[in-house]
Design a binder for this molecule. Structure first.
Ligand code: SF4
Length: 547
């Protein structure tokens, strides 16, 4: 059943900009821009006008608004310090180059698709590429003149940048080893494809209150982190013994972090697309639009509660009731990342490996495509942890692929620090950043590997360049939030507020922000080393860092 359109009842005295309650007029600049013209329409203007007439021809409302619907952000002008981030006008922060986000739904790539991204990186993006923690690839230094040619190259291999950013349904995350994992509950690939094909780029959902993040996965390790997405369908065995999905709504980090609420409903595989569209429809129609910082679905479900949300979903959007369902079966201490060599259910193997903080140049991506092909694979996957996986490796090719990847500094058996450290884009390219993150994260990994070569515990260390949470600092064991701090000489320098003890899984918790727990960036390796050594000295038998 298609989602209903919003009703336009009489306007109540005060509200939060919910369309379904009659608040249809623009409520802020973002809403005004979206009302003036659908973000999807900017694609044709880029092809017909801006790519030909150049950067200066771009309408500011497109440049800083609608471009995002096609995965384009201006990157940060070089040389602007973090202290200027909040005080400069947007146009002063804008570079004339763009970040381009390629959406990779389910994290699924063929060799040809990875080669196309690598080719775009080396031809148009100065050999840059970052694997994100939402399974996308981000390229930098993109000129507006080159965007149509880039889109053609992507389209030729079935990829796109459609709704990779903006107030839209972003990439649909899925387990990188869907369909091959021995322990999988259900392969969600058909559901991801169906939603992608029916709704991505559709005007039905091209004007949401804000971004809308989805994960649909039957992974028994819950590797795509259903706890922190706007809508999540996580694999579970249903009441009649057949697999389906447990439905969660309203997860999100950044300011006011919240874990997703379980609605208690069982969703059959053939119902997933309707249920997803229903939740997206509720967000579109009842989501808060008046204040940008309250325009995520987590605020709506916090006010409504899970029971009312489910009732509205069933009565107004689906037209049928969903049965109650069992809870997902999470286990203590599950590693979610699929790193290493693992047996597939068809007898072959998948091989997960780690660069540092997701940064692999285009030439490196091309090399990975070659390595996959040389070892008989046509399937490469991105993970929710800025890592990659190659599927379908025969037993007699495993030793060769492992040694070949390791020789390229792509670790199949990484240290705990290489394996579990992530960093967001940071000040190198991000206009909101206060501090540098990518190089610092890579240096931190190298330092900790040198200082604590045998550190025995899994510990996640995530670095963000600002108070947002693109690298999930609140759910890391050690979360590092970029900000200016005062050093020993009394100078304002780049540094981090430290959050300790975050995590997901059986005992989800947001890291504690302890007053005074800050470090300068220069002292970061010393600081983290001290925290880790103290943990080893004081921990009880069997205690993990998160506990
Ligand atoms: Fe930019 Fe902040 Fe997100 Fe990092 S966390 S990518 S600095 S917005």
């Amino acid at each position: 059943m298609p989602p209903t359109t919003a009703s336009t009842g009489s306007r109540p005295r005060r509200g939060e900009g919910q369309w379904a309650l009659g608040y249809r007029e623009p409520l802020n600049k973002n809403e005004e821009n979206k009302k003036n013209d659908d973000g999807l329409n900017v694609q044709q203007r880029i092809i017909d006008i801006y790519s030909k007439a150049g950067f200066d021809s771009i309408d500011p409302a497109d440049l800083r608004g609608r471009f995002r619907w096609l995965g384009l952000y201006t990157q940060r002008a070089p040389g602007i310090e973090g202290g200027k981030t909040a005080v400069l006008e947007p146009e002063e922060l804008d570079d004339r180059y763009f970040m381009l986000r390629v959406r990779i739904d389910g994290g699924q790539l063929s060799v040809a698709q990875l080669r196309a991204i690598a080719d775009i990186s080396t031809t148009y993006a100065r050999d840059t590429a970052d694997i994100t923690d939402r399974q996308n690839v981000q390229l930098h230094w993109i000129r507006i003149e080159d965007v149509p040619a880039i889109w053609e190259k992507l389209e030729a291999v079935g990829l796109s940048t459609m709704e990779a950013c903006g107030d839209t349904p972003r990439v649909i995350m899925g387990c990188p080893v869907a369909g091959v994992d021995e322990n999988e509950i259900i392969d969600a690939t058909p559901q991801i494809r169906q939603i992608h094909d029916e709704y991505i780029g559709s005007p039905l959902f091209s004007n949401l209150p804000r971004k809308f993040k989805t994960t649909i996965s039957g992974c028994s390790a819950f590797c795509t982190n259903h706890e922190i997405d706007d809508v999540a369908l996580a694999g579970v065995v249903g009441p009649d013994g057949a697999p389906g999905f447990d439905l969660f709504v309203g997860g999100g980090l950044s300011t006011n972090p919240m874990f997703a609420q379980r609605l208690g409903a069982f969703v059959r595989p053939d119902q997933v697309s309707d249920v997803w569209a229903g939740v997206a429809g509720i967000f579109r129609d009842y989501g808060y639009r008046r204040l940008r910082h309250r325009a995520r679905i987590k605020f709506l479900i916090k006010d409504w509660g899970a029971a009312k949300f489910r009732e509205v979903l069933e009565k107004e959007y689906l037209g049928y009731a969903l049965p109650d369902g069992p809870e997902i079966d999470m286990r203590e201490g599950q590693q979610r990342d699929h790193i290493g060599v693992h047996r597939q259910r068809d007898g072959r193997n998948y091989v997960g490996f780690a660069a540092r903080v997701g940064r692999i140049p285009g030439t490196g991506l091309a090399r990975i495509a070659d390595i996959a092909e040389e070892h008989g694979s046509d399937r490469i996957r991105t993970t929710a942890d800025q890592k990659l996986v190659i599927l379908d490796v025969a037993d007699d090719r495993v030793d060769s692929i492992v040694s070949t990847l390791e020789a390229e500094d792509l670790r199949v058996r990484p240290s705990v620090f290489r394996r579990q450290t992530m960093a967001c884009t940071g000040i190198e390219f991000c206009k909101l950043a206060i501090v540098e993150t990518k190089d610092r994260g890579a240096e931190l990994i190298d330092e900790l590997e040198r200082r604590l070569p045998d550190f025995p515990e899994p510990v996640t260390i995530n670095l963000n360049g600002c108070p947002n949470s693109c690298a999930r600092i609140q759910v890391a064991d050690i979360g590092l939030k970029g900000q200016l701090v005062t050093d020993a000489d009394g100078d304002q320098v780049e540094g981090f507020q430290v959050h300790l003890g975050g995590g997901m899984g059986l005992n989800p918790a947001f890291g504690r922000k302890v007053r005074g727990l800050k470090t300068t960036a220069a002292e970061l390796p010393d600081y983290v080393e001290r925290v880790l050594r103290r943990f080893l000295e004081q921990k009880d038998e069997g205690e993990t860092f998160a506990a």
